[in-house]
Design a protein around this ligand. Structure first.
Ligand code: ADP
Ligand code: MG
Length: 202
């Protein structure tokens, strides 16, 4: 399968648009429990991926995902850049050339494990994994489209009462409680963009 079949160029545009539209919100979330750079980091990364969207969209999907992940590692920076990068690179490595839904769900699960290995982290620690893991579980249970986007939003909300145990926010200890994790929010935004896009071409 080429990325063209997925209309990857339009998908990248939708992802970059939502991150740009919410960059100030992501910055504010990171100002509350981090160093305030998450909005700028993500916007820089997604715009770099957007600049290469034409080249990405003519590749086989696994190769396109690896290229996107590598670009994210190089441009997002911070703690989140290598972690989002790992997610996409690992997804590209795990996906067969012509994935069906089951192959995608399995590869996504392995890619999330790679993020956890890289971050020495797991769900429950107030990070992007608190959205990725419930989304994966929802995919396994057969949910799709708008249901997946709703799971992602609820999962990001559910990070509010958590105490951060990984990343910069963990330095705040109890004071990290009461704020949404910025990486969980950006992950939910990306999940919604992807779910909406797949719904629109299905
Ligand atoms: P930095 O914390 O270096 O400033 P960002 O602000 O771009 O980087 O990203 C912060 C986000 O990265 C957090 O909100 C969290 O979701 C995610 N994150 C940080 N450390 C980890 C980790 N070890 N495992 C998973 N996610 C993490
Ligand atoms: Mg930060």
């Amino acid at each position: 399968m080429t990325a063209a079949a997925l209309d990857l160029e339009a998908l990248i545009a939708a992802a970059a648009d939502t991150i740009a539209a919410h960059a100030d919100e992501l910055t504010a979330l990171d100002q509350a429990i981090g160093d305030g750079d998450h909005g700028v980091n993500m916007k820089r990364g997604l715009e770099a991926v957007r600049a290469e969207a034409g080249q990405s969209s003519i590749k086989a999907l696994p190769d396109a995902l690896k290229a996107i992940g590598t670009r994210l590692v190089m441009t997002v920076g911070g703690a989140s850049g290598p972690l989002f990068g790992t997610l996409f690179v690992a997804l590209g490595k795990e996906l067969p050339g012509n994935p069906d839904r089951a192959a995608f769900v399995s590869a996504f699960g392995k890619a999330i494990e790679a993020v956890g290995a890289r971050g020495k982290s797991q769900a429950g620690q107030k990070t992007m994994l608190d959205v990725l893991v419930p989304v994966q579980q929802a995919l396994v249970s057969g949910k799709a489209g708008a249901e997946i986007a709703a799971v992602a939003d609820a999962a990001a909300e559910a990070t509010v009462p958590m105490k951060a145990l990984r990343g910069r926010a963990s330095f705040l200890g109890e004071r990290s409680i009461g704020h949404m994790d910025p990486g969980a929010r950006s992950t939910a935004l990306l999940v919604r963009a992807i779910a909406d896009h797949i719904g629109s071409i299905a």
